[in-house]
Design a protein around this ligand. Structure first.
Ligand SMILES: Cc1cc2nc3c(=O)[nH]c(=O)nc-3n(C[C@H](O)[C@H](O)[C@H](O)COP(=O)(O)OP(=O)(O)OC[C@H]3O[C@@H](n4cnc5c(N)ncnc54)[C@H](O)[C@@H]3O)c2cc1C
Length: 433
């Protein structure tokens, strides 16, 4: 059986470790953090369907609660858009508890080393052959990179792999997350997401879901300096009289990918998963469910056909069909939102053109549809800014086109065909119109 090394106890890596270990592979997972400090000391949202899809029982009830509805705020808009959740509600799950739950499952079937940092990849003749840990070479038939958005390992891959080494500008969100003591004050919106908060590139949120705490996030694309953060915190305090001064926990700045998935995730001896493969939904940065799903996919793919890149490619193809191409669509829409002046967005919000339906669908990774009939109805209703409406229509069409392009992934591993597909996507996302 092949020997597999997993770098980082990321969510997808943990699922893959358990399933591959159970199937008899020799799996070793290295995590730089101490076991009791793994992951985050806060709750994040996950669609419960993923547990059903993976046939995993939910973690203990004490570790999660149902997610509240979002209210969306746009700078300069008069209205706040309340988006009641239809269908099954997401769960807010304690991250450290979720990681512990997955660690305990994986531990039964693989060797896990905490507080051990992987130094680098072993690369020979353009093929990844293992990892270097504490100066020692550890050989492996496959290295699964589950080390997060800024993976140093992906960045060290040979050019010939055609895997994007470093994120492009605009790809990474720097997010401060802090939990402040809650003061006694009226709360009108339990969960408020401030899109393009203060007209800046990014978003913030205030959430009142846990007794005694106000959950604050300030995220900005590419960098979050102290001045921007302090200013955003002040403004959030003004808008949320419930937010006290005392930071109870959290308080660090983390990274989240807010872009379409890597267009090549596998090469000889290497596969990326989770944030290392940019598997988050580009709008709000949710990546837990897709990482869990990818963990299942990579394990199934390996068990069925081995660790050669030609077979591993099936993992990427299946990920694209299931989630990746929709994420490409959301990315196209996100780029339009960021480019569009706040006044125009406010206008579209206030006129109800961007409505509950569009926000619900796009923030959860779905595809927004705006047909010619919708457009016609708005025109007949005397919509005064036809140019803006057509611009929005173009954005929605681009979203659909991104999904089609994503699904056009070559089904078989073929370097030339993959390079052509990658180039088409690169042009689509980076030659802006
Ligand atoms: C503030 C914030 C809020 C979020 N909210 C949500 C949400 O509500 N819903 C949702 O679905 N997603 C959310 N996400 C995103 C989610 O956390 C990730 O998409 C998901 O966990 C997948 O990331 P990952 O496990 O691949 O990587 P990571 O979580 O980054 O894990 C990587 C692991 O690799 C380890 N590592 C790194 N380098 C090395 C090395 N050299 N050697 C050994 N180990 C190494 C790290 O210590 C870490 O444990 C949020 C993220 C943040 C930061």
């Amino acid at each position: 059986m092949s020997k597999i090394v997993i770098i980082g106890a990321g969510i997808g890596g943990l699922i893959a470790a358990a399933e591959l270990g159970k199937a008899g592979y020799e799996v070793s997972l290295y995590e730089k953090e101490k076991e009791d400090l793994l992951s985050y000391d806060w709750h994040d949202d996950v669609a419960p369907q993923i547990f059903k899809d993976l046939d995993l029982p939910l973690p203990d009830k004490e570790h999660y609660h149902p997610k509240s509805d979002w209210s969306f705020v746009i700078p300069k808009a008069k209205n706040i858009l309340f988006v009641p959740i239809k269908g099954e509600r997401d769960l807010s799950i304690h991250r450290r508890a979720l990681s512990k739950y997955l660690v305990d499952k994986a531990k039964q079937y693989c060797s896990m080393f905490f507080d051990v940092k992987v130094d680098s990849l072993l690369i020979k003749d353009d093929k990844v052959q293992g990892v270097k840990v504490k100066g020692k070479n550890i050989k492996a038939d496959l290295v699964i990179d589950s080390s997060g958005a800024l993976s140093a390992f992906r960045a060290s891959l040979p050019e010939s792999s055609n895997i994007q080494q470093k994120p492009y500008p605009g790809d990474i969100f720097y997010a401060f997350r802090g939990f402040y003591e809650r003061k006694d004050a009226k709360i009108e919106h339990k969960c408020k997401a401030y899109l393009k908060h203060l007209g800046e590139q990014g978003l913030s949120w205030s959430r009142h879901e846990i007794e005694g705490e106000v959950d604050i996030l300030v995220g900005r694309i590419d960098k979050l300096d102290k001045k921007t953060l302090d200013n955003a915190l002040n403004e959030l305090k003004k808008d949320n009289p419930s937010m006290g001064d005392k930071l109870l926990h959290g308080g660090q700045i983390c990274t989240i990918p807010v872009r379409y998935p890597l267009t090549k995730m596998v090469t000889d001896g290497y596969a990326a998963i989770g944030d290392a493969a940019f598997m988050t939904i580009p709008m709000l940065g949710s990546g837990i469910a897709s990482s869990m799903f990818a963990g299942r996919l990579i394990a199934e793919t390996i068990i069925k056909g081995g660790v050669e890149k030609q077979n591993l490619w099936n993992y990427q193809v299946r990920f694209m069909y299931k989630a990746g191409s929709r994420h490409m669509g959301v990315d196209a829409l996100k780029r339009w939102l960021l480019r569009t002046p706040s006044e125009d967005l406010a206008f579209l919000f206030d006129k109800g053109i961007i409505s509950q339906k569009e926000m619900e669908v796009s923030s959860s990774g779905g595809a927004v549809k705006l047909s010619f009939i919708d457009i016609f109805k708005k025109l007949v209703a005397g919509f005064p800014r036809i140019g803006l409406l057509l611009n929005l229509k173009k954005a929605v069409d681009r979203m659909q086109k991104a999904i089609v392009l994503g699904n056009d992934i070559p089904v078989e591993y073929d370097d030339k065909k993959i390079a052509v597909w990658q180039q088409k996507l690169w042009e689509f996302f980076h030659n802006q119109h």
